[in-house]
Ligand binder design. Structure first.
Ligand code: FES
Length: 151
């Protein structure tokens, strides 16, 4: 049986005037997107800086001129080269082909003994394959005869 005396509990909406937003939805979304992007980037940068630290790696005298030496720093295998007198470079010591650790130099290149890939001891770029990707580089600073690597 139908109740014909039913009254809607909603208030009378005749005088209801919707509030018009000061900013369009599109503007709001743009601002929000920019805010999230900035926040995301700053969080990423903060995480990267929190994860990396400056580590004392070796005395400058420990790295032979036009040579290479490997170290485990902050849990990563790093190689340090001295391609020119007093110039020190640090790279990931794992070959980008199949991850074999490298620790020898031929001429001006770091050489992987597994399949013969070569990387510039100055830039870490591939000079001969099969590796296709350059070695990751690390920031090096020298102070009072000590080499520091930011890993
Ligand atoms: S792992 Fe270095 S060349 Fe293959």
């Amino acid at each position: 049986m139908e109740n014909k005396n039913f009254e809607c509990p909603q208030p009378n909406r005749e005088h209801y005037e919707p509030i018009k937003p000061q900013v369009s939805r599109r503007q709001l979304l743009r601002v929000a997107a920019a805010g999230f992007a900035a926040l995301g980037l700053s969080v990423q940068a903060e995480m990267a800086s929190a994860a990396s630290k400056r580590v004392k790696a070796a005395k400058t005298s420990a790295i032979p001129l036009r040579g290479v030496k490997g170290f485990t720093l902050n849990g990563q295998f790093i190689i340090i080269t001295q391609p020119r007198k007093g110039v020190f470079k640090a790279f990931s010591g794992s070959c980008t082909h199949q991850g074999v650790r490298m620790s020898s130099v031929q001429g001006s290149d770091v050489v992987c003994s597994a399949h013969g890939s070569k990387f510039s001891a100055t830039t870490g770029k591939v000079t001969s394959g099969p590796a296709m990707t350059a070695l990751k580089t690390y920031k090096v600073t020298v102070s009072k005869g000590d080499i520091y690597v930011t890993v």
